[in-house]
Design a protein around this ligand. Structure first.
Ligand code: GAL
Ligand code: ZN
Length: 679
């Protein structure tokens, strides 16, 4: 059954915490919400202690009033199950639900999310509350979406307590059946770690030295599964009581420890919380990669930006505000990348607590605050963009994200370099495509890749033969595969493949890696490609390219003259191998060549500060041009184009253009690259 969010227009609103305010303020809140164009509000995220003030006694009166007030003002509700933070009475009664860190420290009550996701006690109480919420509000016409918990794993994504240990052992028993199979998979003959039975196994707590990397990898997999189990248990209650209502849980962007593909399968709508750092000139480029994941998590389906800040946050060392226009640009960026809504944390700036200096739609200054002015102006604009809803981003290029491999490559002190990471390589490659104006989707190993021309695999340290076979089939069918350094190294148990890397990717790539040559911190080396020298960083490899053509070679250093970048062509397809982490200029040159050869058009005029993204609807397409530069950028629109936001001749400095046009028509951007800055 497909459950969709029933809401008129683009979702616009945010988290609302009326429990922090006297009732007189609520009236003012809804009045100003209407003025700001708000149509969707999230409530009760952290309200458990108010909703169940004593064990088993529920007090819904105040929330009834809040929901009624919103409803009578035409505002729909994203209702949290309120299970994100257990009340003090529950913790004092069962202190064992508090989480424990790897060094054995018990985390105390006093912040939020102070629970172990494996605790059967926590689960029982959380499910009881979920059921009570569903029974109370499931039929209320204002309630359109279930918001389960809040940002799973935000503060506690791994727990080493006794309940977690027991849960982990159960997970291992189910996976391995016999202790012999576990000993083999974990390679316990190394360092005398042999186990006689499952009872002897503990989660990988701080130890005397480096931890068994397969044990660690299994603990990563287990922790994600354990949190997913808690999520699906709540979802099951909601489905039972309110089978028609869609369910979500808000993700925390790309840099998180949970397998969001698995979570997305368990929910109806993907929602994300994104807090690009205004002090980081590249934050919008990384945000674009993050949104690629939100699309990819449900095969391109529209998603919602459920939280962003109207300006500064309160949790960085230094919390820089968003300059005028930046919040608007950030919001349109999410829409450009397939979001059907733009929401904030939070509606009204807090007066107390750790988030009192976090920006909100309604700042401390009230209606006069800059954030209120900017947000209301955006709210008014979004009213005219309902046609966007349901349209999807079209991309020719995909990038593979595999959580197993990402986790495996994060094992400290057991790799050639602790500096290797999936995200490091992915960001470099994504930045190269971004700067060429090419949109990338993030996809999972099991997705249907057929609609893409190029599949980038920035790193696949852990590669299964089955995935290698899918990559081969993609190339054989005419696709281009690009694989980054240190891939195909280990199997699903984190054991090195016989013959070394790239293991099962060898037939595809036609190369063999003899040895990995990481670079000391801060060092760079060079490659020679088409007669030009380019830099690389972090890692290089001693490579033999017996069955592939060498496209670039190392230049200088111990690897001088050896292959650095190779390609193996098969039929119409090709498989590239990039054995070092190329610096921006070289990567851009290489990616440009790969895209050209694969028939993927780059977009002239786009660049680090000018992003162009297209969403395709049923009848027409929508082009977004986001200009983060300090100068206006001329554009030329196709015949019959309909400007929804902005100006038909140029996109002003820090401005936005949204144009509706026929599917194949192209919006041309005539940016003068000399005037634009590199970031
Ligand atoms: C999110 C969280 C919100 C709020 C916000 C502040 O992680 O879900 O409740 O704390 O951060 O940026
Ligand atoms: Zn625990």
């Amino acid at each position: 059954m497909t459950r969709t969010l029933k809401l008129d227009g683009i979702a616009f609103g945010g988290d609302y915490n009326p429990e922090q305010w006297p009732r007189e303020v609520w009236e003012e809140d809804v009045r100003l919400m209407r003025r700001a164009g708000v149509n969707f509000i999230t409530v009760s995220v952290f309200s458990w202690p108010l909703l169940e003030p004593e064990e088993g006694r529920f007090d819904f009166g105040w929330l009834d009033d809040v929901i009624e007030l919103l409803h009578s003002n035409g505002i729909a509700v994203d209702l949290a199950t309120a299970t994100a933070t257990p009340p003090a009475w529950l913790i004092r009664k069962f202190p064992e639900i508090l989480p424990v860190t790897a060094d054995g420290t018990h985390l105390e009550f006093g912040s939020r999310q102070a629970y172990c996701f494996s605790s059967p006690i926590f689960r029982e109480y959380a499910l009881r509350l979920t059921r009570a919420m569903a029974e109370r509000y499931g039929q209320h016409p204002a309630v359109r979406l279930w918001h389960v918990s809040n940002e799973y794993g935000d503060h506690v994504s791994r727990c080493w307590c006794a309940a977690s240990a027991e849960h982990f052992r159960g997970w291992l028993r189910a996976k391995y059946t016999s202790i012999g199979a576990l000993n083999e998979a974990w390679g316990t003959s190394c360092w005398g770690q042999h186990y006689l039975d499952f009872e002897a196994i503990e989660p990988p707590r701080d130890s005397t030295g480096p931890i068994n990397s397969t044990q660690r990898l299994d603990f990563e997999r287990f922790s994600s599964d354990a949190m997913l189990e808690l999520f699906t248990a709540e979802v099951a209650v909601l489905r039972e009581v309110t089978p028609e209502l869609p369910v979500t849980t808000n993700f925390m962007s790309i840099l998180h420890d949970l397998d969001y593909f698995a979570f997305a399968d368990a929910e109806d709508i993907v929602t994300d919380d994104a807090y690009p750092d205004p002090a980081d000139p590249r934050a919008h480029i990384d945000a674009s990669l993050n949104y690629a994941l939100m699309r990819g998590a449900k095969d391109g389906a529209p998603w919602l930006l459920l939280e962003q800040s109207a300006s500064a946050v309160s949790w960085r060392d230094v919390n820089v505000p968003k300059a005028p226009g930046v919040m608007r640009l950030d919001s349109y960026q999410a829409l450009a990348h397939g979001a059907d809504g733009v929401m904030y944390f939070q509606w009204r700036a807090a007066k107390f607590g750790p988030e009192k200096f976090h920006a909100a739609i309604l700042g401390h200054r009230g209606e006069a605050s800059r954030t209120f002015q900017e947000c209301s102006a955006l709210g008014a604009e979004l009213k005219g963009l309902g046609a966007l809803k349901g349209s999807r981003v079209v991309a020719d290029v995909a990038m593979l994200l595999d959580w197993d491999s990402k986790w495996a490559l994060a094992a400290p002190d057991s790799l050639p370099s602790n500096r290797l990471s999936w995200i490091g390589q992915a960001r470099d490659w994504h930045r190269a495509t971004f700067n060429l104006g090419v949109t990338v989707d993030l996809v999972r190993a099991g997705a249907d890749w057929a609609r893409y021309k190029v599949l980038m695999v920035p790193n696949l340290y852990l590669a299964t033969p089955a995935l290698a076979a899918r990559l081969e089939a993609f190339a054989e069918a005419g696709g281009t595969v690009v694989v980054g350094a240190f891939s195909g190294v280990v199997d699903q148990n984190d054991h090195v493949y016989d013959g070394g890397a790239p293991g099962p990717l060898r037939p595809l790539l036609g190369v063999e890696v003899d040895e990995v040559w990481p670079l000391p911190d801060g060092d760079t080396g060079h490659i020679m490609m088409d007669g030009a020298r380019h830099g690389f960083h972090t890692v290089s490899e001693w490579l033999d390219a017996a069955d592939a053509q060498t496209v670039a070679s190392y230049c200088g250093g111990e690897l001088d003259g050896r292959p650095a970048v190779t390609v193996r062509r098969q039929g119409d397809g090709a498989a590239w191998y990039v054995s070092g982490c190329l610096a921006d200029d070289g990567l851009r040159t290489l990616v440009r060549r790969i895209l050209d050869e694969s028939g993927v058009p780059v977009r002239t005029g786009a660049g680090p500060e000018i992003e162009v993204v297209v969403r395709r609807g049923v009848e027409s397409s929508f082009t977004f041009v986001l200009n983060r530069s300090a100068v206006a950028v001329p554009v030329s629109l196709p015949d019959g184009a309909d400007v929804l936001v902005g100006d038909s001749r140029q996109v002003s400095a820090r401005g936005v253009l949204v144009v509706r046009h026929e599917h194949e028509a192209i919006v041309r951007v005539a940016a003068d690259s000399a005037q634009l800055q590199a970031v």
